[in-house]
Design a protein around this ligand. Structure first.
Ligand SMILES: *[C@@H]1O[C@H](CO)[C@@H](O)[C@H](O)[C@H]1NC(C)=O
Ligand SMILES: *[C@@H]1O[C@H](CO)[C@@H](O)[C@H](O)[C@H]1NC(C)=O
Length: 196
C-alpha cells in the first residue's frame, strides 16, 4: 500500500508539482511594469509600455534591454499626436535584443561602438532593414545612443533595474527618432486625444 502510494506520488503528483513550480518561476521571471512602478519619474514611459502592449512582449523575452526615458523626455513623443501604433513602433526601437547593463556599456573601448537589433525589427509586418541601434563610446566616459545611420543624439544616464542577463532597464537622455518608425499608420481611430 505504502509502495503504491509512493508510486502515485512519483508518477503523477511530482510531475504536476514540478510543472507548477516551473510556471511560477516563468511568470515571476520579470515584470517590467512592476519594476518601473518603483520609479515615478518613468511613469509616462511605463504607461505607454502597457498601452502599446510592449510590456507583455518584454516580459516574454530574456536577454533584453529596455532604454527608458523620463517623463520630461517622454513629452517629446506624446506631444506629437501620434497614433498608438506609431508610438508602439517608436518605443519598440527602445527595446534592445541583447543585455546591456551599466558594466557592459562602460566596457566599450575608446571610440568603439556596437550595433544591436531591436524589437522594431523582430516584430511587425514589414521586413525591417532599419531599426538597429548604435551604441558608441563618446569621449569622457559618455555612452551615446542613436539609430543606425542617424545622429548619436541620446546618451546613457543611469541603470534603473538590472536582472543579470535577463532584463536590463536603463535610462537614456532622449527618445530615439526614426522616420520609418513614425511613418503614418492607417489607424485614424486610434489617434490619442491630447488628454488621453
Ligand atoms: C505586472 O505588474 C502589473 C502592475 O503591478 C500587473 O498589473 C500585471 O498584471 C503584471 N503582469 C504579470 C504578467 O504578472
Ligand atoms: C556608430 O556610429 C558612429 C558615429 O556615427 C560611427 O562612427 C560608427 O561607425 C557606428 N558604429 C557601427 C557599428 O555602425
Amino acid at each position: 500500500m505504502a509502495k503504491k502510494m509512493s508510486q502515485v506520488i512519483i508518477s503523477y503528483i511530482l510531475p504536476i508539482l514540478l510543472l507548477l513550480l516551473l510556471l511560477a518561476v516563468e511568470t515571476n521571471a520579470h515584470n517590467v511594469t512592476l519594476l518601473l512602478e518603483n520609479h515615478p519619474s518613468f511613469s509616462s514611459f511605463n504607461h505607454y509600455l502597457t498601452q502599446t502592449h510592449l510590456a507583455e512582449e518584454i516580459n516574454q523575452r530574456t536577454t533584453i534591454t529596455v532604454c527608458a526615458v523620463d517623463n520630461a523626455a517622454m513629452s517629446d513623443l506624446t506631444s506629437k499626436g501620434y497614433t498608438v501604433s506609431t508610438i508602439k513602433n517608436i518605443l519598440s526601437l527602445h527595446v534592445l535584443l541583447d543585455y546591456f547593463g551599466a558594466k557592459k556599456l562602460h566596457q566599450l573601448t575608446d571610440g568603439g561602438s556596437v550595433l544591436t537589433s531591436t524589437l522594431f525589427q523582430a516584430t511587425g509586418a514589414a521586413s525591417r532593414t532599419t531599426g538597429f541601434v548604435n551604441i558608441t563610446d563618446l569621449r569622457g566616459g559618455k555612452v551615446g545612443f542613436g539609430l543606425d545611420g542617424g545622429d548619436i543624439s541620446s546618451s546613457f544616464v543611469k541603470s534603473i533595474e538590472e536582472i543579470p542577463y535577463t532584463l536590463s532597464v536603463i535610462q537614456i537622455s532622449s527618445i530615439l527618432h526614426s522616420d520609418t518608425a513614425s511613418a503614418p499608420t492607417p489607424a485614424p481611430a486610434e489617434i490619442l486625444s491630447a488628454h488621453g
